[in-house]
Ligand binder design. Structure first.
Ligand code: ZN
Length: 203
């Protein structure tokens, strides 16, 4: 399986990193080895001095598809979760400046935190889901999928025009504003519509 990640999908986050607003979705991947195993502790990698959290809504593909039309995209996923796209921001900035790929900064072991999965049928609309991240009990990121530049169905259509989507693939749909650094000892909790989806101690 693969993890397909979307960058720059929320205007306020594009502005906070002073990035250009893209004409098309920005896509990158993480290998399955990036997934933090359930109940495994998360350690800040030694190669970064600026590890950032990025909370994101996740969807899990449940049937194979290529060139999926937007109108049919909802049929290709039935579960939703919340996760963190951990990013070594200092390393990513260096790579971006040189025009190099981001994998070292984004796809390292443990960089993909995945919360519990729930059926999307429990939500009235995937395009108006609220979610948030708390750090040490304080809200640091809070948004709604209604603020996405490209909605989930559009992302599935776009991604599948390049990559065959397979059962079990996970799409990280991009992070809203409020990203920031973690230090050892921080405690992160993610919520969708006020329901806890994951919690994590940073070591
Ligand atoms: Zn991200």
């Amino acid at each position: 399986m693969k993890l397909i990640c979307i960058g720059r999908n929320y205007t306020a986050h594009i502005e906070e990193l002073a990035n250009e607003r893209p004409k098309d979705p920005v896509i990158f991947m993480k290998p399955d080895s990036a997934i933090l195993p359930k109940d495994q502790e998360f350690y800040i990698p030694e190669f970064t001095g600026s590890l950032h959290y990025e909370v994101e809504i996740l969807v899990k593909i449940h049937k194979v598809g290529k060139h999926i039309a937007k109108e049919f995209a909802h049929k290709y996923y039935d579960e939703v979760s919340l996760g963190i796209d951990f990013t070594a921001r200092d390393l990513q900035d260096q790579l971006k400046q040189k025009g190099l790929p981001w994998e070292k900064a984004k796809a390292f072991d443990g960089s993909a935190v995945i919360g519990k999965w729930v059926s999307k049928s429990q939500y009235a609309s995937m395009d108006d889901l609220t979610f948030s991240l708390q750090k040490n009990g304080e809200v640091v990121q809070q948004a709604s999928t209604s603020l996405m530049l490209w909605k989930i169905d559009e992302l599935i259509a776009y991604v599948s025009s390049f990559f065959t989507l397979k059962k079990g693939d996970i799409i990280f749909t991009g992070t809203p504003a409020g990203v920031g650094a973690v230090v050892s000892g921080d405690y992160l909790e993610g919520f969708v519509e006020c329901e806890p989806f994951f919690d994590l101690k940073v070591l």
